[in-house]
Write a protein that binds this ligand. Structure first.
Ligand code: NAD
Ligand code: AHE
Ligand code: ZN
Length: 370
């Protein structure tokens, strides 16, 4: 079949809207009509050439929602007409990691996924006879995409696509980092670096967990109002502040340091500050931001000797097929806000504007509706 898609033919070039050829689902795969997709900073990072796994030409996008249109042989858990969210972190339920109960990082298809391929080692997309690669196993910047059965979460049909697509990455990542990874408890002081599409969800997750102080940090002053809307109690604009000054200000606000801090910037200097602003003896810093290829984190080992902990999280520690439908329920029950964070709704033809808005700091989430 044919599908309209925004293709990343090369790094650092605008996406091009073209009609691609798409092969139908093979055994264990499903064809999904994507109805809406968010634009996450990770898409921009890959398009900008910062991803060591970045492959071109490819169809980016990993934050979608849609409808199953066809299933391949042997698929039993979903059927045509089901509403689904694609999962860049699948859940096979059978690999060592899934069985461990210790992590959501299912390994069933990770190797081929990182090479832009379906589990059988081929692509379903092509253009003028040449393969076009998949991205994060999702490729939601195409109106139709093919996904492994283990990489779709079935969701309730009354959830709007335009907002629930955000659960495919940003919402689950931010809220999950607080509830699943950090396991923030009532009264804990939380510090969030970077109040964009992920950081605001960390803030609303912290509020949900009953955190005490929820300190938001950004270099864009307009993010203060955004943070306060979702439960932030204090804001710090760190533009022009040294690491030591930032840590001192946080210590004043939190009576000695963060119980939990979260990096939602992808900047390795910020990651260091996020660790070092943690409370001596127990504070834990969680890295969510994705750093550019080649970048490394540093701190004095003394920071860890004196009881600070450094951790990371992918997809908020969520097991996609199990947890995503629950997060959709939380949204539909009004426990989680999504609608106000969708700052821009675009057509596929306008998708490059979504990247421009993100880089200009003008959007929280741009969503493309097909
Ligand atoms: P975004 O562009 O919406 O937000 C980033 C925010 O960080 C902006 O508000 C920006 O002003 C702020 N910022 C930038 N530099 C800063 C600095 N030096 N100090 C303080 N604030 C600063 O991006 P997003 O979509 O929220 O994504 C945030 C990060 O999370 C990205 O690195 C993205 O790749 C990553 N991410 C990781 C996961 C995961 O599973 N680990 C999932 C989604 C996104
Ligand atoms: N490909 C990069 C790593 C990118 C990365 O860490 N991705 C996160 C999700 S970001 C979503 O917006 C993730 O899921 N990581 C775990 C995994 O298995 O990829 C690189 O550095 O090579
Ligand atoms: Zn993402």
């Amino acid at each position: 079949m044919k599908t309209r898609a925004a293709v990343a033919f090369e790094a650092r070039k605008p996406l091009e809207i073209v009609e691609l050829d798409l092969e139908g689902p093979k055994a264990g795969e499903v064809l999904v009509e994507i109805m809406a997709t968010g634009i996450c900073h990770t898409d921009a990072y890959t398009l900008d050439g910062f991803d060591s796994e970045g492959i071109f030409p490819s169809v980016l996008g990993h934050e979608g929602a849609g409808v199953v249109r066809e299933v391949g042989a042997g698929v039993t858990s979903v059927k045509p007409g089901d509403h689904v969210i694609p999962l860049y972190t699948p859940e096979c339920g059978q690999c060592k990691t899934c069985l461990s109960g210790k992590s959501n990082l299912c390994t069933a298809i990770r190797a081929t996924q990182g090479k832009g391929l379906m589990p059988d080692g081929t692509t379903r997309f092509s253009y003028k006879g040449q393969p076009i690669y998949h991205y994060m196993g999702c490729s939601t910047f195409s109106n139709f995409t093919v996904l492994p059965e283990i990489a779709v979460a079935k969701i309730r049909e009354d959830a709007p696509f335009q907002t629930s697509c955000y659960i495919g990455c940003g919402v689950t990542t931010g809220v999950g980092a607080v509830l699943n990874t950090a396991k923030v408890e009532p009264g804990d002081n939380v510090v969030v670096f970077g109040l964009g599409g992920i950081g605001l969800n960390v803030i609303q997750g912290a509020k949900l967990a009953g955190a005490g102080k929820i300190v938001g940090i950004d270099i864009n002053p307009e993010r203060e109002a955004w943070g306060r809307q979702f439960g932030m109690t204090d804001f710090l604009n760190t533009r022009g502040l040294s690491r030591e000054e930032t840590i001192a200000r946080i210590a004043e606000i939190t009576d000695g340091g963060a119980d939990y801090s979260f990096d939602c910037t992808g900047n390795v200097e910020v990651m260091r500050t996020a660790l070092e602003c943690c409370h001596r003896g127990w504070g834990t810093s969680i890295i969510i931001g994705v750093a550019e290829a080649g970048k490394e984190i540093a701190t004095r080992p003394f920071q860890l000797v004196t009881g600070r902990n450094w951790r990371g999280t992918a997809f908020g520690g969520a097991k996609g097929r199990t947890d995503v439908p629950r997060i959709v329920d939380m949204y539909m029950d009004g426990q989680i806000a999504i609608d106000p964070m969708i700052s821009h709704v675009l057509s596929l033809e306008e998708i490059n504007k979504g990247f421009d808005l993100m880089h200009a700091g003008e959007s929280i989430r741009s969503v493309v509706v097909y």
